[in-house]
Design a binder for this molecule. Structure first.
Ligand code: CA
Length: 223
C-alpha cells in the first residue's frame, strides 16, 4: 500500500513518514500544495494524508482539484484545533475523514487503515483468506495460526493482493503500489517476490493469471 503525505511542517511530516513506514506502507512526501497536488494527480495512492494549511496551494484547493480531476483515493485531512470550518469545507471538498492537530500518530494510522479498508469494501482489520490471516493493525501475517516472518516488501505485496481479493492485480499495478516514486521499478522483480511469498506461506492461494497478473481468491471462496 502506497501513501502520500502532504504536510509542510517538516518534523510532523517526518514523524508521519516514520510511523507509516514502520507500519508497512511505502510513502511519498510533499511539503507544499502544488507538489502534493501534482503527485496525487499523477501517481496512484491507496490513501493520502493532506494538511489544510499549506504554502503555494491550500489543502482544500488541492482536494477540490483532485476530485474535479476524478481522483478517487481516500483522503484524510489534518486540521487545526480551532478551525471547525476547515473540517466542514474539507469534507465538502471530498475528504473522507479528518484528524485534528495535535494528534497521536496511532490515531492517524488507525484512520488510514480504516479508509483503505473501506475503499476496497473490507470491514475488519484482520483479513482472513483460507489459512492466511493478515493483521493490518500489527502488520502481522500468520498461516494456520503460525506467525510468518515477511520482509517489508513481501508484506506490502501480500497486503495489497489480500485487500484486492478476488480481483486480478497486474504487475504494473503492484509495482505502482509497492514502491515509492524514487524507486527504480522493474516489474520482473514482482515475479520473484511472489515466488518467495508463495514459498513462505506454503499455500497455493496466490494464483498466476497468465498474461494478466495475480489473484488471491476472495475469503468466501477460499474455505
Ligand atoms: Ca501546515
Amino acid at each position: 500500500m502506497r501513501i502520500l503525505v502532504v504536510e509542510d511542517d517538516k518534523d510532523l511530516n517526518r514523524q508521519l513518514v516514520e510511523a507509516l513506514t514502520e507500519a508497512g506502507y511505502v510513502v511519498d512526501t510533499a511539503y507544499d500544495g502544488e507538489e502534493g497536488h501534482f503527485l496525487g494527480d499523477t501517481e496512484p495512492y491507496d490513501a493520502v494524508i493532506l494538511d489544510i494549511g499549506l504554502p503555494e496551494m491550500d489543502g482544500i484547493s488541492v482536494l477540490e482539484a483532485w476530485r474535479r480531476e476524478k481522483r478517487k483515493m481516500p483522503v484524510l485531512i489534518l486540521t487545526a484545533r480551532d478551525r471547525w470550518s476547515d473540517k466542514v469545507s474539507g469534507i465538502d471538498a471530498g475528504a473522507d475523514d479528518y484528524v485534528t492537530k495535535p494528534f497521536h500518530v496511532e490515531e492517524v494510522l488507525a484512520r488510514i487503515r480504516a479508509l483503505i479498508r473501506r475503499s476496497v469494501g473490507i470491514a475488519s482489520s484482520e483479513i482472513e483468506i483460507g489459512p492466511i490471516r493478515l493483521d493490518t493493525k500489527l502488520s502481522r501475517v500468520s498461516v494456520d495460526g503460525k506467525n510468518i516472518k515477511l520482509t517489508a516488501l513481501e508484506f506490502r505485496l501480500l497486503s495489497y493482493i489480500m485487500h484486492h481479493q478476488g480481483k486480478v492485480v497486474s504487475r504494473t499495478e503492484l509495482v505502482e503500489h509497492l514502491y515509492d516514486q524514487d524507486f527504480d521499478r522493474d516489474s520482473n522483480t514482482i515475479e520473484v517476490f511472489v515466488g518467495r511469498l508463495r514459498k513462505k506461506l506454503a499455500t497455493d492461494l496466490i494464483e498466476t493469471v497468465r498474461g494478466l497478473g495475480y489473484r488471491i481468491q476472495s475469503a468466501d471462496n477460499a474455505d
